[in-house]
Each structure stands twice: as structure tokens, then as C-alpha cells.
Design a protein around this ligand. Structure first.
Ligand SMILES: C[S@@+](CC[C@H](N)C(=O)[O-])C[C@H]1O[C@@H](n2cnc3c(N)ncnc32)[C@H](O)[C@@H]1O
Length: 176
């Protein structure tokens, strides 16, 4: 954004830290998912508290367009490590996938503090991840494809949080 032109990275991060939203996003990375860069970029756009990469430490940064410099990206070796982190802070883990038993994201009362957990292209949420989700939320589809891209699903889920918690129905959008 223009207002950050000529600022040092640390100063931008410190400024964003003063108004991070209390949701985080997590994605499994056991097959080097190419969507992670796009998830990071969207998480920066919506000023998420952080992004959690579960599995491989290395992830494809191309789609992040250097936005990873301005938010907190954490790594967890496996689901157990991630769940321990979420549990320490009593953070609800909400899976985002269209697995059997999933409930519609569109009508779900997303809590203010939560972590939205996405699966990978191909396998989707792993059984280990699924087991630890308080709920799994599906995004309604109307065409013929089984699923949408994980980066797109992450953006929709994050924006559902923004609509619910930033754009209050009665007061309208916050003034800049
Ligand atoms: C390409 S999908 C693969 C798995 C998917 N369950 C399938 O049957 O094709 C990769 C990830 O994108 C997200 N995703 C894709 N479509 C979704 C939908 N309709 N609702 C919720 N999440 C979705 C989920 O996080 C999923 O793990």
C-alpha cells in the first residue's frame, strides 16, 4: 500500500501487529503445495494473525509476492505439533473442506478467535488433521468440479471471517 512506501520492513510489521485480526490460517504441506504463497498473500491482505505451515518447512514462495515479509509465518512438523500450539491458546481449529459431514461455511457462526485449516491439492485434509477439527466447513459449489483450488478456498474462508467480524450488519463497514 502507498502509505507504507519508504517504511522499513520492521516498521510495517510493527504497524500491522497493532491491528491484526484474531484469526489465523493453516495449511498442510506434505506434498509441497503450490497454493501456500497465495494463502500467505491473502492472509496479509486481510491482516490475519498468522499463517501456519504444517509438514515440510520449505514452501513455494512465488505466489506470496513477498508478502511473507509482513506477517508471521510459523512452521509445525506435523499435525500433533500444530494441535499442541492451538490447544495452548484454546484456539478452535476449523477445517475447511468439503468432506462428508462438513457443515456450510456460509451459515456457520465463525468465532472471532479461530484457526482455519486447509488441506492440500489432491488429498485434501489429512485424516490426522480432520480428527482434530472442531468442525469442518464446506464452501457451496454449483458446477461440476469436485472442489475448488485450496488458495481460492482459503480466500473465501478468510473473507467469510471478515464479513462476519469486521462488517457488522447493523453498523456497516468501518470507516478508514
Ligand atoms: C483441491 S481440494 C482437494 C480435496 C477435496 N476434498 C476433493 O474432494 O477434491 C484442496 C483443498 O481446498 C479446499 N477446498 C476445495 N474445495 C472446497 C470446498 N468446496 N469447500 C471447502 N474447502 C474446499 C480444502 O481445504 C481442500 O483440502
Amino acid at each position: 500500500m502507498d502509505r507504507y512506501r519508504y517504511w522499513h520492513n520492521d516498521a510495517i510489521v510493527a504497524d500491522l501487529d497493532t491491528r491484526r485480526h484474531p484469526f489465523s490460517v493453516a495449511i498442510e504441506n506434505f506434498q509441497h503445495d503450490f497454493n501456500i504463497g497465495s494463502v500467505v498473500r491473502t492472509a496479509n491482505a486481510f491482516n490475519a494473525e498468522g499463517v501456519h505451515v504444517i509438514g515440510r518447512r520449505r514452501w513455494n514462495r512465488r505466489g506470496a509476492m513477498v508478502t511473507d515479509r509482513y506477517l508471521h509465518v510459523h512452521h509445525h512438523d506435523d499435525i500433533a505439533d500444530f494441535v499442541t500450539w492451538a490447544g495452548r491458546d484454546d484456539l478452535p481449529v476449523l477445517g475447511i473442506d468439503n468432506l462428508p459431514g462438513a457443515v456450510p461455511l456460509e451459515t456457520f457462526a465463525l468465532p472471532a478467535r479461530c484457526v482455519l485449516l486447509l488441506g492440500q491439492e489432491g488429498p485434501g485434509l489429512s485424516p490426522a488433521a480432520h480428527e482434530h477439527c472442531q468442525a469442518v466447513l464446506s464452501i457451496a459449489q454449483f458446477g461440476s468440479t469436485r472442489s475448488i483450488n485450496a488458495g481460492a478456498a482459503a480466500a473465501i474462508a478468510m473473507h467469510a471471517w471478515i464479513r462476519r467480524h469486521v462488517f457488522d450488519q447493523e453498523s456497516g463497514p468501518p470507516q478508514p
